[in-house]
Ligand binder design. Structure first.
Ligand SMILES: C[S@@+](CC[C@H](N)C(=O)[O-])C[C@H]1O[C@@H](n2cnc3c(N)ncnc32)[C@H](O)[C@@H]1O
Length: 318
């Protein structure tokens, strides 16, 4: 297996964007998506004065990164948590404000590489897809138990799948014969259900359905919706949040939260905008930044990445 997939995405840009916030004495940075610890390790190296708190919902990721980051001793605190629990985690650790927060959303290369976790449609594996295998329900349970209408909604909303009805009719027909357990049967069913024209575009025809199931199983969008505002709230003035997204639904949520924070909330027509209506955030990216062609050539996983960052410029007004 090539090592390329373990290269942290847009690493230099993430570090540079966080730098002004993390070069302050006693700085605390939170990596909300520790994964294999690539970004975290680079943060600890580049900012030797900073303390790192890193979260992941995947215990296997925490175990592997724990070994990788052990040499940093108590500069690194690793926590098994979903990132929308950030406020509780910081509370427990007695950290009132942080200086930097990084999100590298999505699935880790380790999760994709381990066939038995069922994320990859290219290999036959149990349809699990839970990032935290100690909680929640698997992709197979979603497929076998959700009402047809709910499955259509999920495929449309989370997979942007235009053929959702066709695919779901086939799923419902098949699950009545025998419940789904493994990915290959689902991939084959999708291939058979789609009209020729739909198969010619957009890579593997199962890609959108797999994305949709993964998002549903892990409640990914709800989590991002809660976590980004929570991260902004946890920032000290001058602190920065940087987010890497890999699909448009996530990026849209991030964009919305950042844009709202960077806009004035004053009613229109005020000649002078009072402090309480002034924006709390400054955008650090114009639109979303993309990886360079060189990076994509070296690391295919970087291809869909979209990076956005903000700085807190004002306290919340009570
Ligand atoms: C793309 S990987 C991060 C890779 C990491 N930046 C590195 O350099 O190795 C995303 C990680 O976030 C974790 N994750 C996804 N959603 C999460 C959530 N809601 N809460 C906590 N961790 C989550 C996944 O388990 C995965 O390990």
């Amino acid at each position: 297996m090539s090592n390329d997939r373990h290269v942290p995405v847009m690493l230099q840009r993430c570090l540079d964007m966080l730098a002004p916030a993390l070069q302050r004495p006693g700085a605390v940075v939170v990596d909300c998506t520790l994964g294999l610890g690539g970004h975290s390790e680079a943060l600890l190296e580049r900012f030797p004065e900073a303390r790192l708190v890193a979260l992941d919902r995947d215990k296997e990721a925490l175990r592997l990164s724990g070994e990788r980051l052990a040499r940093y001793g108590d500069r690194a605190t690793l926590v098994h948590a979903v990132y929308d629990e950030l406020p509780e985690v910081l509370d427990r650790l007695g950290i009132p404000k942080v200086d930097g927060v990084l999100f590298d959303l999505g699935v880790s290369s380790m999760q994709l590489d381990e066939a038995d976790r069922g994320f990859a449609y290219a290999q036959d594996a149990p349809l699990d897809m839970r990032m935290d295998q100690t909680a929640g329900i698997s992709a197979a349970e979603v497929l076998n138990t959700y009402p047809a209408g709910e499955l259509v909604r999920i495929l449309r909303a989370y997979g942007e799948e235009k053929q959702a009805k066709r695919i779901v009719s086939a799923i419902v027909r098949e699950r009545e014969k025998e419940p789904f357990t493994h990915s290959a049967r689902l991939v084959e069913l999708i291939r058979d259900a789609l009209p020729q024209a739909a198969k010619r575009t957009g890579g593997n025809p199962a890609k959108r359905t797999f994305q949709a199931l993964r998002i549903e199983v892990n409640h990914e969008l709800e989590s991002v919706e809660k976590a980004i505002p929570a991260a902004v709230k946890a920032l000290a003035v001058g602190g920065r949040v940087v987010v890497l997204s890999y699909q448009s639904l996530e990026d849209r949520i991030v964009k919305g939260v950042f844009a709202a924070g960077a806009a004035t909330t004053a009613p229109p027509g005020l000649p002078v905008v009072p402090e309480k209506y002034q924006p709390r955030l400054k955008l650090l990216t114009r639109g979303a930044e993309l990886p360079t062609e060189e990076e994509v050539a070296e690391n295919r996983r970087a291809a869909p990445a979209r990076l956005r960052g903000v700085e807190r410029i004002r306290e919340d007004v009570q």
